[in-house]
Design a protein around this ligand. Structure first.
Ligand code: SAH
Ligand code: SF4
Ligand code: F3S
Length: 477
């Protein structure tokens, strides 16, 4: 059935997404009476791809849909609304999503009222929205990262009025407070401390899909954390694309280190954060981390490359030497800290020597682990214009070579834990072996251990008896 478009019709534009507007609107989320019960007796499902920012957004969508009366379900066949929350950071993710949308559309034969929606970072790209408009008539609802708070209106138009809604804003900078959330985990929570990214690394689409960098007020963050303490939460992860830039856009002198300092005085047992940008990591932050007992000894510090030349072409604004200096400071202040990273291999025209610089840096820093990626060309970013002479095959070989090094270093780092006692927040029975429990240590090491099932949800001490590449083994003491 071909649908009429609703009044909500706006396509994205990457060139206007590049612009940084000054004004940040602060909005308090409310639901108009008219929308309150539109979901009664109906089910929804949100499928999430991409980073923790998307996980956090999906929890907001679930919160809003629940307020509208919908129930959360896990089987697509039972859903009346399916939202696919997408990631645009690399192209392989996009290919998968179109396949998934096609498959989900077949459910409409059984349930013609099913609303199929796509949201998140992919719709922020104009070529994605064009493709949906031209080829995917079964997609009823398209919205981006800036308008989750308008979900009640969109659902009303799409579900009750049977209209096709396509609304993506490219250039807004709103901060919406009080959006309800249904969190997936009862002990560990995501908390956005800021939105957007102003770094413009030359390979990266995120500054275009997420808009300008904007920080939430610290009062709101602290209130949310205090609420979570009351609800029995044990761990929060503070989210931002570059948490070290927190506060730069606020008109008071209050930075990430100040936030950590204040949060270390709350009753929250464990505080983590992600992601950090080396250029903005300062000594005050490291000191606040070291002082705060509830701030975990783990730092995810994406380096991307060990070659100064490539770092420059990536617009990362630090050198290998400066990066190593930060690692030294972290280790000096927290001797047991674990350090993890992100690395891109095969940035346009990366030479064998550039790549070897990355391997050397990896061994020198002794990273605990790394997320490793082959460079993926993103239309609209500066790096997409570069003519590249390195073959895809060579890039894949480099990735494999790097992964071997990461495994070797992880193994040796993990071996150093044998005989030590670590503190673990117990998540659940281990997925692979029901005789074991599993959880994460302060250093963010996955620990599988023999213990008491009553410990699930608690923080316990575990003696490490064995080490693998990706996890530690132990016994509760
Ligand atoms: N803001 C965070 C995370 C961004 S996305 C940060 O700066 O660390 C997560 C990771 O994806 C990045 O760190 C980078 O390693 C990788 N990435 C981003 N764009 C990419 C691209 N075009 N191709 C391959 N990897 C990419
Ligand atoms: Fe992308 Fe760089 Fe921003 Fe991270 S800091 S999201 S890699 S532009
Ligand atoms: Fe992907 Fe968007 Fe996060 S592009 S990595 S979901 S910010």
């Amino acid at each position: 059935m071909k649908k009429n478009y609703s009044k909500y019709f706006k396509k994205p534009s990457l060139s206007s997404a590049r612009k940084r507007i000054e004004k940040v609107n602060k909005i308090e989320f409310t639901i108009a009476k008219k929308y309150e019960k539109i979901g009664n007796g109906k089910n929804f499902l949100v499928k999430t791809y991409g980073c923790q920012g998307n996980e956090a957004d999906s929890e907001k969508m679930a919160g809003v849909l629940t307020k509208l009366g919908f129930n959360n379900c896990s089987a697509p066949e039972e859903a009346d609304i399916i939202l696919v929350n997408t990631c645009a950071v690399r192209d392989n993710a996009e290919v998968r999503i179109f396949g998934e949308l096609g498959r989900l559309s077949s459910l409409k034969r059984v349930n013609p009222n099913l609303i199929l929606g796509i949201c998140g970072c992919m719709p922020q790209e104009e070529n994605v929205v064009e493709k949906i408009l031209q080829k995917c008539h079964y997609v009823d609802l398209v919205f981006g990262t800036h308008n989750i708070h308008k979900l009640p209106e969109y659902i009303y138009a799409a579900y009750l009025q049977k209209e096709r809604v396509v609304e993506v804003f490219s250039n807004v900078g709103d901060i919406v407070e009080n959006v309800p959330k249904i969190r997936k985990n009862l002990k560990k929570a995501w908390i956005n401390i800021m939105y957007g990214c102003d770094e413009f690394c030359t390979y990266c689409i995120v500054p275009y899909t997420r808009g300008k960098e904007r920080s939430r007020k610290s009062e709101n963050i602290i209130l949310e954390i205090e609420e979570l303490v009351k609800e029995g939460y044990k761990e929060v992860t503070l989210l931002g694309q570059n948490v070290n830039a927190y506060g730069n856009d606020l008109d008071i002198n209050y930075k990430f280190a100040d936030l950590l300092e204040e949060l270390s005085k709350t009753e929250m047992k464990r505080i983590r954060f992600t992601t950090s940008h080396p250029k903005d990591l300062d000594l005050r932050t490291i000191e606040a981390m070291a002082r705060g007992n509830n701030i975990m000894e783990h730092f995810h510090l994406p380096v991307q490359s060990g070659s100064d030349d490539i770092l420059k072409k990536m617009n990362r604004k630090y050198t290998k030497k400066e990066y190593i200096h930060l690692v030294k400071l972290l280790k000096q202040h927290m001797p047991n800290i674990s350090i993890t990273t992100d690395i891109i291999v095969g940035f346009p025209n990366e030479s064998r020597e550039d790549f070897e610089d990355t391997l050397t840096l990896y061994r020198e820093v002794e990273f605990d682990s790394a997320f490793t990626f082959v460079y993926s060309k993103r239309e609209g970013t500066p790096a997409a214009k570069l003519v590249d002479t390195v073959s895809e095959e060579e890039k894949k070989n480099r990735l494999h070579e790097l992964i071997e090094v990461t495994k070797e270093v992880s193994n040796s780092k993990n071996n150093q834990y044998i005989g030590k006692v670590v503190e673990v927040l117990v998540d659940s029975v281990s997925k692979n072996d029901e005789d074991f429990l599993s959880g994460y240590s302060r250093e963010n090491k996955l620990v599988n251990f023999k213990g008491d099932v009553n410990s699930i949800g608690k923080i316990v001490s575990v003696k490490i008896t064995g080490a693998k590449t990706f996890y530690l083994k132990g016994e509760e003491i």
